[in-house]
Design a binder for this molecule. Structure first.
Ligand code: ADP
Ligand code: ZN
Length: 722
């Protein structure tokens, strides 16, 4: 037989099928070791066939298989091909997405343990063999036991019993179970009428994609789990994607309690061995529900009955390393292959998704109320300019302080949210709320301290930094937001008795990461949680009755066409953490821009109003979904080499531009806004397209230019333009 093999080397030079002679036992999807050039390589069997065009004497033979089983199932093989074609990257790179990373490096393997049990033979011991008798009794009582444990406790007795034929040992594969301790009782509860109606609507539609738009606390999670349970009962499997940060201890416990070992949870807190075993359980079919962040869309399962993407608007669903896939695109391919539904859920759908739903491409199912008609928390907008004028330079307005005191005195919990992302800094006047914006792009400028200038990330224009406010002449310009650390410091001064937790990128590294903090807060071991974006997502803390948004503006003026959308999402999500149980929640939203329409819509939970306004702005400014932003990045450690690569890429792209000028709104090469990251110089060709049929050509150009010391890649509507 002949195996068609893709070698596991992510380079376009070897991105083609090589034929090898092989045994009959080989199957598509297996990983094999093959002779390659003068050495050996690992490869993926794409297909097994009868004949090869390669002359028999030139044909080399597969050395061996890496595993006995196909690591990649037929659906996933086809999917890998499609992703490679869509994003123009070597097939080896997309095939890797389907394996636990550690499997390729050979650093994980199955775990085995040896167990001993009695054979049933009549025991004969000499009187002095007390240990042997004790071991015999132990096994009789407990059945089977781990030999490592037995040897430790009974010394050499086990060996003796085995030699006499009284006991035998057996080596068996064991699964490293990361969630042994998690779980609890599952108490089934009926869906509310609104939930049932929504569930039926999802199952009843003929459309493949369904957008479940339900306010925070409307019971979306319960709907997903019910739908998943139904698929499971019908013998099918499911994929449930959530942002990594939503895999809270509560969420894991809920899943384990409900689905037991049928659920496999893939997340970054697992050890390599645990991840490998969870993956194996899915591949073998002993687990049928894959739960995890973005990469769980590549789960090795078959016969999928449902795919859920929770918090579909979340930025973490687009990959920022090669291949730069969009999770939705991959999920849709899998849904189409399996003829199953793809449910996108959110309280604040992305504008792009919502538009596709209202235009009829996706089914739209809405849950406008919280469970049991619990009210959404009341949002009060506080004008920070007035606080500054009153001489209050602290991060807390008078209103917030008053409410915080009441909350603490009532024994409730509060969340204080600081809106900071990335390293970008907006210049804002603390007297009048003026924000420095680009004259050409209507997005905020970003302060670059190393060059002491302001830059537009959309067109590259540079501006002098400001000494005072051009609008009001005020001198209180802020170039940076307040940090979480400072907020905690100020809180401690104000409320020495309060127990405070901080959650941001600095405090959540490590294996346990944000888990520990969330667990502590959920157990009411702290009164106030201060955090960044991470506190916004999906948590369900019943004792939280107050949420303070300290600087709603920071994301509003983030230099991105989606900054309005992001702000709306953030405010809604953080506000949604308040008052989830019996008591009504409150939200204090502090801003320098109290008239801002985004904040007004958010404070009223008016998604529709926000959407109508936003979509007309996008249409007027020709931003996505009315145009596509495409960025070709060229990076390299040597400035000159990177510049040369840029020149070559640019020359080719320019040909496309010349030929199709009418499809471009913008086309320009320049330094990336941040010129150097991790020692790599960064250049970019920035484009805005009205028609995307030329995307293929752009990808082709980028995969065709080969510069040894430069990396060239394409980004579509990048989440981050720095
Ligand atoms: P969402 O995902 O829409 O934010 P959740 O699924 O977290 O909402 O539900 C919000 C709260 O309502 C949770 O505390 C959940 O336990 C509770 N809940 C959801 N469905 C039901 C139901 N059918 N009966 C009783 N409580 C429910
Ligand atoms: Zn600009």
């Amino acid at each position: 037989m002949i195996a068609e093999v893709i070698v596991d080397i992510a380079h376009s030079d070897v991105d083609k099928i090589f034929d090898y002679a092989c045994d009959d036992s080989l199957a598509a999807g297996m990983r094999v070791a093959v002779p390659f050039g003068r050495s050996a390589a690992t490869g993926f069997v794409m297909r097994v066939k009868e004949h090869s065009d390669v002359p028999a004497d030139k044909l080399k033979r597969v050395f061996r298989t890496e595993e006995e089983f196909p690591a990649i199932n037929p659906e996933c093989l086809a999917l890998a091909r499609k992703i490679a074609a869509r994003y123009r990257c070597p097939l080896a790179l997309t095939l890797r997405l389907f394996l636990p990373a550690e499997m390729r490096t050979g650093k994980v393997s199955e775990a085995y343990r040896t167990f001993a049990r009695l054979t049933g033979a009549e025991p004969v011991f000499s009187k002095s063999a007390k240990q042997q008798a004790a071991l015999y009794e132990f096994l009789k009582e407990n059945g089977e036991a781990d030999t490592a444990f037995l040897n430790k406790r009974f010394g050499s007795a086990l060996k003796a019993l085995c030699e006499k034929g009284i006991a035998v040992t057996e080596k068996r594969r064991v699964l490293r179970d990361p969630y042994r301790s998690v779980g609890g009782e599952y108490t089934p509860r009926a869906l509310t009428t609104a939930q049932s109606v929504a569930a039926e609507a999802i199952e009843g539609t003929e459309k493949t994609v369904v957008l479940l738009h339900g306010v925070t606390g409307s019971g979306k999670t319960e709907i997903y789990l019910t739908l998943i349970a139904r698929e499971l009962a019908a013998g099918r499997s499911a994929i449930f994607l959530v942002p990594e940060i939503s895999l809270t201890p509560q969420m894991l416990a809920q899943l384990r309690a409900r689905f037991g070992s049928a659920v496999a949870i893939l997340h970054s807190g697992l050890s390599a061995g645990e991840r490998f075993d969870e993956w194996q359980r899915l591949r073998e079919g002993s687990a049928k529900i894959a739960v995890g962040a973005r990469s769980a869309i590549f789960a090795p399962i078959e016969n999928i009955g449902l795919i859920v993407v929770d918090e579909e608007h979340d930025g973490s669903y687009s990959s920022e390393s090669s291949p730069r896939y969009n999770t939705f695109d991959v999920a849709l391919l899998r849904a189409q292959y399996n003829r199953c539904k793809l449910v996108l859920g959110s309280a604040t759908p992305s504008v792009e998704t919502y538009r596709r739903a209202v235009e009829g491409e996706f089914a739209l199912v809405t849950l406008p109320n919280r469970i049991n008609a619990r009210p959404l928390p009341q949002v009060e907008i506080v004008d920070l300019r007035r606080e500054v004028r009153r001489g209050n330079a602290s991060p807390f307005s008078a209103v917030l302080r008053e409410k915080l005191e009441a909350c603490l005195n009532g024994g409730k919990q509060a969340i204080l949210f600081l809106n900071r992302r990335g390293y970008s800094q907006t210049v804002i006047c603390r007297d009048c709320g003026y924000v420095a914006k680009c004259e050409h792009c209507d997005v905020s400028l970003t302060y670059h301290s190393e060059e002491n200038c302001l830059k537009c990330h959309y067109c590259g224009t540079r501006y002098h930094t400001l000494a005072g406010c051009p609008d009001c002449g005020g001198k209180h310009l802020s170039f940076a937001g307040t940090g979480t650390q400072r907020v905690v410091g100020e809180l401690k001064k104000l409320y020495p008795a309060a127990r405070i937790l901080r959650m941001d990128n600095d405090t959540t590294s490590g294996k346990e990461g944000h888990f520990k903090i969330l667990k502590q807060f959920a157990a009411h071991e702290a009164d106030i949680l201060v955090g960044t974006q991470m506190v916004a997502k999906g948590h369900d803390f019943p004792s939280v009755t107050l949420v303070g948004i300290l600087d709603a503006d920071m994301s509003l003026h983030f230099p991105d066409y989606r900054s309005g959308e992001r702000t709306f999402q953030l405010v809604t999500q953080v506000a949604g953490r308040s008052g989830r149980a019996s008591e009504r929640g409150e939200v204090v939203l502090q801003t320098y821009d109290p008239e801002n329409y985004i904040l007004r819509f958010a404070a009223k939970y008016d998604y529709e109003g926000f959407y109508r306004h936003e979509i007309s702005m996008r249409a007027a400014g020709m931003f996505p979904p009315f145009a596509k932003i495409v960025r070709v990045m060229v990076t390299g450690e040597k400035e000159k080499e990177a510049a040369e690569a840029l020149k070559a890429v640019y020359a080719e792209l320019e040909k496309i531009y010349r030929e199709h000028t009418e499809k471009f709104l913008f086309f320009h090469k320049m330094y990336a806004p941040i010129k150097r990251i991790q020692n790599k110089f960064r250049y970019q060709v920035l484009m805005r397209l009205t028609q995307t049929d030329i995307l293929k050509q752009i990808y082709n150009v980028c995969s065709a230019v080969k510069y040894k010391n430069a990396l060239v890649y394409v980004e579509e509507n990048p989440v981050n333009l720095s």
